[in-house]
Design a protein around this ligand. Structure first.
Ligand code: SF4
Ligand code: SF4
Ligand code: SF4
Length: 352
């Protein structure tokens, strides 16, 4: 990529020809606000929050404007602040933004910008939207269109990342709104519950069913791990509340999944905190399962293996392993079958 040089706020920066002002500015540590832009999807240029001043006179959206050699960019001045505040006030005026009962409270990009630009009242009288609130049709997603700012991130997340094309915009002008499928409820649409749209939504318009009543966003703590469901090994950030209960998952960018998840990785974690989950080994004695120690259970399994092997030979035993185990566990499983039992009868659920 051909290198170009220009200045941002008087500081020399370099970037590649074809990159936008925003891409280069973010890479160089400049803070330009945005709502519709997201690095994982194509550029939209809808929200206008990222306007910057170019060569002292022109106002341009930094997310769509290609950087040019010798350009002089100013990221914020009095007029830009006024415009950004105006945009935020208009967004607040037409939606239902009572943060008190919003799932995104404390983790909302719109809320963050409202605080940043010190907006304490909305000057405009505008008829509030009264659109669909769909909290029940899907087991994975919740939707409150009255908090939608029409940024289009969900449309692109579904179309460009998940390739499912569930979301689109319908109608025109002030009547423009988001729709799933052919005006279907999200649970009745072709949504496969990957959650990519929720992960990219900058407001509480889309959220996960799992967060309901499970704690405030600012109380959640994050731990990164690897999904247990298949061999891709997607990296996931698990969020847990004060009681240690898992609340939601977010795909981690630094993994083979590059932030994306499928329905299993996204929502398949509830079994971890299911009260019926076995936490101790059980041994069946006289037809009834009884709790046992790990030593007792493992001794019993070993004695049964020896008994079968002595009576019917090593090839009468086989082991089927799982993609839910780590590579190391799968290695140990085949090792114990080959070296201890003496059979090559090993297989794996992910082979077929
Ligand atoms: S979407 Fe953001 S600004 Fe709107 S109610 Fe929810 S937290 Fe508040
Ligand atoms: S959850 Fe996935 S498939 Fe469903 S609408 Fe969102 S991005 Fe599309
Ligand atoms: S639902 Fe969220 S991501 Fe989709 S357009 Fe509305 S605010 Fe943007």
């Amino acid at each position: 990529m051909q290198e170009i040089k220009f200045t941002i706020n008087g500081k020399d920066v370099t970037g590649g020809k074809g990159q936008t002002i925003l891409e280069i500015a973010l890479k160089n540590g400049f803070d330009i606000p945005y709502l519709c832009y997201h690095p994982k999807i194509s550029k939209t240029g809808a929200c206008r929050m990222c306007i910057v001043r170019v060569n002292e006179v022109m106002l341009k959206t930094a997310c769509t404007e290609p950087a040019m050699e010798g350009m002089k960019v100013i990221t914020e001045d009095e007029e830009i602040i006024k415009i950004r505040k105006g945009i935020l006030e208009l967004l607040l005026a037409e939606g239902d933004h009572n943060c008190l009962y919003c799932d995104a409270n404390g983790a909302c990009e719109l809320q963050t910008l409202v605080h940043r630009y010190n907006i304490d009242q909305v000057a405009y009288e505008y008829p509030k939207r009264n659109r669909e609130i769909d909290y029940e049709s899907s087991e994975g997603l919740k939707r409150n269109e009255n908090r939608c700012i029409l940024c289009g991130r969900c449309v692109k997340a579904c179309g460009e990342i998940q390739l499912s094309n569930v979301w689109s915009f319908t109608d025109r002008g002030g009547h423009t709104h988001l729709t799933s499928g052919l005006y279907e409820k999200i649970g009745d649409s072709s949504c496969v519950k990957c959650g990519a749209c929720v992960q990219l939504c900058p407001t509480g318009s889309l959220s996960f069913q799992t967060v309901l009543g499970r704690g405030e966003n600012w109380e959640l703590t994050k731990e990164s791990s690897i999904c247990i469901y298949c061999g891709v090994g997607c990296k996931i950030d698990y969020y847990k509340n004060k009681e240690g209960l898992l609340v939601k998952t977010i795909g981690h960018d630094d993994g083979p999944n590059r932030g994306h998840l499928c329905v299993k990785g996204r929502f398949g974690f509830d079994f971890i905190q299911n009260g019926k989950r076995l936490s101790k080994p059980l041994i069946k004695r006289n037809g009834v399962f009884e709790e046992a120690s790990w030593d007792e259970a493992l001794d019993l399994v070993a004695s049964k293996f020896i008994e079968i092997k002595d009576k019917y030979g090593p090839d009468s035993i086989a082991a089927l392993s799982s993609a839910k185990c780590t590579n190391e566990e799968n290695y140990l499983m085949q090792k114990i079958m080959r070296a201890v039992i003496g059979t090559n009868n090993v297989d794996h659920c992910a082979r077929l």
